[in-house]
Design a protein around this ligand. Structure first.
Ligand code: FAD
Length: 395
């Protein structure tokens, strides 16, 4: 189905992004996969190309372009021509906006220019060994010590965790309230801030996912981001965009997997015909094409709504839920259509299959998405009215 959300300028941008990724990112993919981390130069090159934090104001070096379609293009092109572990969009639209929207003028001046140039790489630390989906149970804490906060605790599974120069860390600042937490920018080199292992993973091998430790880190008061004790609500505010970022990528990966499988099954022969000629293959491909096109239309509509500021948290959750589940089905079917080749690391579908497994878990698991959607349709047990107590029961 022809997509109608992009205009000529977007398409020109797409062409330039594609050339950039083919030249500067894809050739390093195997090396990064082996070393378990993307080279820092990738961010510097993307910065030179003007692809980082495009929404940032020109006075910070950005382009002042907040249109989400440009980020959508970056994500789509990276899924096909870049490297799945090059988490440019996490830097750009998942973490950057915390500084861009919550930061004071002084903070923006201090941090944004180097984030735009790629000299500073961003990460966000929410998850802890004992707190994932249930963010409110996190235990990392920051105590007010007059001129600084004293930060103690640890985070795990943090994307860009090794590369990051600035980490937006969520810490408890109010022990009395379950949601009493705040956001702090912890900078590379602060005493007591240490990184643990670059964790070995099933997929996304070129992405550094790490543990972070904070042992009596003195975080200056000027590094508090947003309002004290309002961190939980700040996080919630950014979730719709985070889910949309994911959804855009999961449809793009599904479409890329579809295309390379199409090429493969048209070429490969068995029983005197191409694999594509079997009715099973034709039906599988027809079903996949249908799912991808329908999902794309929904995601594109979400992008329009996001640009207009009207995307609801439950629609973003639907987009994330559907596309990540679809991606899982599609990469699995595509591996099957590849036969044994699909199990070989040298075939891109193999890595796509392994990478896709996390899509249903991170940025809010499928179960958490269903919980949000269920509440939005009135199925919220928290809001059940207590039954009136009859005289008999009371007695
Ligand atoms: C590769 C990778 C990168 C990541 N990057 C980051 C990052 O950059 N920053 C960061 O902070 N975190 C990051 N994470 C962490 C990620 O967000 C969490 O793993 C995710 O939120 C799930 O939390 P958990 O692992 O603790 O699972 P749990 O919360 O323990 O969940 C276990 C299972 O229980 C289910 N479950 C939980 N709650 C409910 C419920 N209410 N109803 C029904 N089922 C439920 C879950 O869906 C899941 O199936 C990353 C994780 C990975 C693997």
């Amino acid at each position: 189905m022809k997509r109608k959300i992009f205009d000529e300028e977007h398409e020109m941008f797409r062409d330039s992004v594609r050339s950039f990724l083919q030249k500067e990112i894809q050739p390093h993919s195997d090396k990064w996969h082996e070393q378990g981390i993307v080279d820092r130069e990738a961010f510097l090159k993307a910065g030179e190309q003007g692809l980082l934090l495009m929404w940032a104001d020109e006075k910070y070096g950005g382009a002042g372009v907040s249109d989400f379609r440009y980020e959508q293009i970056l994500i789509e092109e990276n899924a096909r021509y870049g490297d799945a572990g090059f988490f440019m969009s996490l830097h750009n639209r998942l973490v950057g906006p915390y500084i861009g929207q919550l930061g004071t003028e002084e903070q923006k001046e201090r941090w944004l220019p180097k984030c735009v140039s790629g000299e500073h790489i961003l990460a966000v630390g929410i998850t802890e060994p004992g707190a994932g989906s249930d963010v409110a149970s996190l235990r990392t804490r920051a105590e007010d010590k007059g001129d600084h906060y004293l930060l103690n605790g640890s985070k795990t599974y943090i994307s860009n965790g090794i590369l990051a120069d600035l980490v937006v860390v969520v810490a408890r600042t109010n022990q009395k309230s379950r949601h009493g937490m705040s956001l702090f920018v912890v900078e590379r080199g602060m005493e007591g801030f240490e990184r643990g292992r670059n964790l070995k993973k099933m997929g996304l091998k070129s992405q550094d996912t790490a543990e972070l430790f904070f042992n009596n880190v003195k975080v200056p008061k000027e590094n508090l981001l947003g309002e004290l004790d309002r961190g939980f609500y700040h996080l919630m505010h950014f979730l719709a965009e985070e889910r949309l970022l994911g959804a855009a990528g999961y449809v793009a990966t599904s479409a890329a997997a579809f295309d390379l499988t199409m090429d493969y099954i048209r070429d490969r022969k068995a029983f005197g015909q191409t694999i594509a000629d079997f009715q099973n293959s034709r039906f599988q491909m027809a079903s996949m094409r249908t799912e991808i096109d329908v999902a794309q239309a929904f995601v594109d509509q979400c992008v329009i709504e996001h640009n207009e500021g009207t995307l609801s948290a439950d629609d973003a959750a639907k987009a994330k839920l559907f596309t990540s589940e679809m991606e899982g089905r599609i990469v699995d079917a595509c591996v099957q259509l590849h036969g044994g080749a699909g199990y070989m690391d040298e075939y891109p579908i193999c890595r796509m299959y392994l990478n896709a497994r996390i899509s249903r878990i991170y940025a809010g698991s499928s179960e958490v998405m269903r919980e949000i959607i269920a509440r939005s349709i009135g199925l919220d047990p928290r809001k059940k009215k207590p039954k009136p107590v009859s005289n008999d029961q009371a007695a």
